[in-house]
Design a protein around this ligand. Structure first.
Ligand SMILES: N[C@@H](CCC(=O)N[C@@H](CS)C(=O)NCC(=O)O)C(=O)O
Length: 227
């Protein structure tokens, strides 16, 4: 296989989704950090690859691919290891539905409106926008309730096998549960809380931390081996 390079940031939700797919598929890759948030704007050579300046962007030989869902599906299809997309039309549709819901109703409220306002803004000396946080939490409760029902008592978001839907949700919930509001909300959804606990045991999660400290692993028992 030609060399694979992922351009992004280790603190980025969408970069982590792609990295988790690479880890789950056992594909060798290099992460090259590209600071699209720099005060001077995204680097010009990055804009030449992705004019929308979003991260991540995958380079596979000469092939350039941005948009995370396209990247994770491509990775799933080029490596002959465990499939990350269900084979039945109904389960595949549910996976695609969940990914669409996460992009549309989860990422911005969970990460920007709650995590950034509650953690990042005060850390920089600013004041959190409480109205923004409160509004975001209302919609997130609806979303998490639905995901909790679909996850059920065991397994993954779609049936009994890990899919791209699980990889799409984990990084968003990881930031969310760094906030007290996120921890409290997840406690109302015990099936999703258990899913989170079990996801945190996976190599793909442990190999892709947002922070240098092992924030994801601290509170978890090593003997949970359901996955
Ligand atoms: N639709 C894009 C969204 C990716 C995205 O929003 N990434 C964030 C970082 S986690 C980003 O690049 N933000 C910079 C910006 O929107 O200008 C995808 O699926 O890859």
């Amino acid at each position: 296989m030609a060399d694979i390079k992922l351009l992004g940031l280790s603190i980025s939700v969408y970069t982590r989704i792609a990295r988790m797919a690479l880890e789950e598929k056992g594909i060798d890759y290099r992460l090259e950090e590209v600071d699209v948030f720099a005060d001077s704007g995204p680097p010009a050579d990055y804009l030449a690859l992705n004019p929308f300046a979003t991260i991540p962007c995958l380079l596979h030989g000469d092939f350039v691919l941005y948009e995370t869902s396209a990247i994770t599906r491509y990775l799933d299809e080029i490596a002959p290891t465990t499939d990350l997309q269900p084979s039945t039309p109904i389960e595949r549709a549910r996976m695609n539905q969940i990914i669409g819901m996460l992009d549309s109703y989860c990422y911005r409220p969970m990460v920007w409106d709650v995590y950034v306002q509650r953690i990042v803004v005060p850390a920089g000396g600013g004041e959190a926008d409480e109205a923004l946080i409160a509004a975001a939490l209302t919609g997130l409760s609806t979303l998490l309730k639905q995901l909790d029902q679909w996850r059920g008592e065991r397994g993954f978001l779609v049936g009994q096998a890990l899919s791209l839907a699980d990889l799409h949700l984990y990084p968003m919930l990881s930031y969310f549960t760094e906030t007290t509001e996120g921890v409290a909300m997840l406690e109302s959804f015990p099936r999703l809380q258990q899913w989170m606990r079990l996801m945190r045991l996976r190599h793909s999660v442990r190999a892709t931390p947002f922070h240098t400290r092992a924030e994801d692993e601290t509170e978890f028992a090593e003997d949970e081996t359901e996955f």
